[in-house]
Design a binder for this molecule. Structure first.
Ligand SMILES: Cc1cc2nc3c(=O)[nH]c(=O)nc-3n(C[C@H](O)[C@H](O)[C@H](O)COP(=O)(O)O)c2cc1C
Length: 323
């Protein structure tokens, strides 16, 4: 399947693995890239730019295919060393960066000078247009159903993707809520040139997370996610658990007076305990509504090839019959 996205990134299948905190390690990115998709290392999971440089080198030992690095620009009092992370990416020869949070305008000149392609992930048409204007090469259009941060506009992909198609000149992938070939075919029909998946990739054999996390995803239904931190305008879609229930009770009790410090136990530094130690109630962790469509733990190759085969079969078979 050739699209503007496979051409842009030099990959076989139009399937991207979005950056995921404490999931997007070298093992994850290499497995996706080796399967013909675009694997992405999550930059900020590495504590320092030096650690990121090591992770990039480790990934390169596991694959000779293209892979990228995610850089998430978070609102923060003590921001991470972003210029250092950008240096680590450029100096170690990575040619694809997925940015998220704020647009990457500040770093575009350096990234472009180094021949790096930038795919920016955002949840609205206006942010997509801004990213296009500052020189991004592609957009990951992230609908309201996505795991992680859906923004505050709450526009689901059935509307957001065709709206993006109306406005954007650069190619975009459909992100959020995608797990199978029916949805790849639908995404292409709506104007996207491929898909970006987060939650689905966690439930794969190669994902470097505790089996409890994979099992929790297989067990959950589409009704099991919750939105947290809305009062802080930092909305996150997470899998429901005891910590999330506690967090939501605090949000209800404190209303507009809620501060980040009030919920620090439920959201601060919980990822290693969940992803590595499998303590499933340790805190709130990002997860999409797409859990309802995830029933198995395949290899990345089985998953990606299965999705593409299903999409091709739908396009040639079911859809062709309607035309
Ligand atoms: C556990 C988890 C952690 C994530 N961490 C990040 C992150 O650090 N940076 C980022 O840009 N997106 C992050 N995301 C969002 C994904 O890259 C992707 O956009 C999203 O999962 C797509 O929605 P889906 O889960 O429905 O496929 C995370 C998602 C999950 C499920």
């Amino acid at each position: 399947m050739k699209t503007r996205i496979t051409e842009l990134f030099g990959i076989e299948h139009p399937i991207v693995q979005g950056g995921m905190h404490f999931v997007g390690l070298a093992e994850m990115a290499a497995a996706v890239s080796n399967a013909g998709g675009l694997g992405i290392i999550t930059g900020l999971t590495q504590r320092t730019p030096d650690d990121l440089a090591k992770e990039i080198r480790r990934c390169r030992e596991m694959t000779d295919k293209p892979f990228g690095v995610n850089l998430t620009f978070l609102p923060s009092i003590n921001p991470p060393d972003y210029p250092g992370y950008i240096r680590a990416i450029i100096d170690n020869g990575v040619k694809i960066v997925e940015t998220a949070g704020n647009n990457p305008q500040k770093y575009m000149a350096d990234l472009k000078a180094a021949g790096v392609k930038v795919i920016h992930k955002c949840t609205s048409v206006r942010h997509s247009l801004k990213a296009e204007a500052v020189g991004c090469d592609a957009i990951s259009v992230d609908g309201f159903e996505c795991g992680g941060h859906p923004g505050e506009d709450d526009v689901p992909n059935f509307i957001l993707l065709p709206r993006a198609a109306e406005e954007l000149k650069i190619p975009f992938v459909a992100s959020g809520g995608v797990a199978n070939g029916k949805q790849l075919a639908a995404a292409l029909a709506l104007g996207a040139e491929g898909i970006n998946m987060g939650t689905r990739f966690i439930a794969t054999k190669e994902a470097p997370v505790h089996d409890n996390v994979k099992q929790a995803i297989v067990d959950a239904s589409e009704l099991d996610t919750r939105l947290v931190m809305r009062p802080l305008r930092n909305t996150e879609r997470v899998l429901n658990n005891a910590a999330v229930q506690r967090l939501l009770e605090k949000e209800k009790a404190l209303g507009p007076n809620l501060k980040f410090e009030d919920i620090i136990h439920e959201v601060g530094g919980v990822y290693p305990r969940i992803m590595q130690d499998g303590e499933m109630d340790a805190g709130a962790w990002s997860c999409g509504m797409v859990v309802g469509l995830i029933h198995d733990v395949p290899t990345c190759k089985e998953l990606i090839e299965g999705i593409v085969a299903e999409a091709e079969e739908i396009i040639r078979g079911r859809l062709a019959r309607f035309a």
